[in-house]
Design a binder for this molecule. Structure first.
Ligand code: LMR
Length: 328
């Protein structure tokens, strides 16, 4: 979207909020995935809790599936105040001046969800949220999606199978380096464009947790999926700092409590939803699911681990070391 169009939308949105009851607070919560995903369901849970508890004083409008904005645009919209809340993936924070978040993209850094949570909820996560404050943003919570799997129209069994493949990635430099380390050609693309790009052969393959793959119907246009668990996809729920600090203290406390509960809910469903999505992909029979055997996984790991070193300076060696210690 052009800046001019965006400004017009901001004006239109502010005009429409002026006609709303003077004391009603509207939170537009925009995201790019389907409503029937851990993020989509938790956004709805947050809405329900907030509207119940503030007795209508706060209205949360959830816009899923890039309905309002695509990846990059939603970040601009948040900064401009056209929306108040987002939950972008942790792979999308470099353009906001916070490359530290790409720690979560490092291949094979986390063995399981428990480790991810300890990193998110400990000093590493705190450091990242402190960085956001310097960028005019405020972090409210870390949410899960899950471990990513690779897909393409050809089997991806060995590292050599990636050679020359055009692989869609999110806008993360770590993911770019990851695909290059495998011999593939990474292509940054907004999430909303991936299905069509796969269908038309603009890209050959992609990576995502099964739940995102299935709810976007990517399995209809990808013949092969390899369960590699090579990386993690998570989210940060963020708000515009100025908006947040301008809220009455009692309202802010209610929103914080609702977010805490929505986060517990989100984390409690994410793994099961991904397991179920993988089963649905299998059942659809359009995609052959291959579980990467341990010996081959060790080879993928060996090819990918040098990426960690490459990003020590932009992510922070201390943050990487702290995460290693938690994972050990
Ligand atoms: C992607 O772009 O692949 C994901 O970040 C989408 C999402 O928000 O889960």
């Amino acid at each position: 979207m052009k800046l001019g169009t965006m400004l017009l939308m901001v004006l239109a949105l502010s005009a429409s909020s002026m006609v709303q009851a003077a004391d009603e607070i509207v939170i537009k919560f925009s995201h790019v995935v389907a409503p029937d995903t851990p993020k989509g369901r938790a956004a709805e849970k947050f809405k329900q809790l907030v509207e119940e508890r503030t007795k209508g004083k706060v209205k949360v409008e959830v816009y899923p599936n890039s309905q309002l904005y695509k990846d990059r645009e939603e970040m601009e919209a948040l900064q401009l105040g056209a929306v108040q809340m987002l939950a972008p993936s942790l792979s999308k924070f470099r353009p906001m001046g916070a490359p530290e978040f790409e720690l979560f993209d490092l291949p094979y850094i986390f063995p399981n969800y428990e480790t991810v949570h300890r990193v998110m909820d400990g000093d590493v996560g705190k450091h990242m949220f402190a960085k956001l404050e310097t960028k005019g943003l405020h972090g409210l919570a870390f949410w899960d999606n899950g471990f990513k799997q690779m897909s393409a129209n050809k089997p991806l069994h060995t590292v050599a199978d990636f050679k020359g493949l055009k692989m869609r990635i999110q806008s993360s430099k770590v993911l770019d380096a990851q695909m290059k380390a495998l011999g593939a050609n990474p292509q940054v693309m907004a999430f909303s464009e991936v299905y069509t790009a796969l269908q038309q052969g603009v890209v050959d393959g992609t990576e995502n947790p099964p739940d995102n793959l299935y709810t976007q119907k990517m399995h209809e246009v990808q013949k092969h999926l390899t369960v590699s668990d090579h990386g993690f996809l998570g989210y940060a729920v963020i708000v515009n700092k100025k908006f947040w600090e301008g809220l009455p203290a009692d309202i802010r406390a209610t929103l914080e409590q609702a977010m805490k509960e929505a986060t517990a809910f989100e984390r409690s469903i994410a793994k099961a939803e991904n397991d179920e999505a993988l089963n649905k992909v299998r059942a659809a029979k359009t995609t052959e699911v291959y579980i990467l055997p341990n010996e081959e996984r060790a080879k993928w790991r060996a090819a990918l681990l040098p990426v960690h070193k490459e990003f020590e300076s932009s992510i922070g060696k201390d943050l990487i070391q702290m995460s290693y210690a938690i994972a050990a």
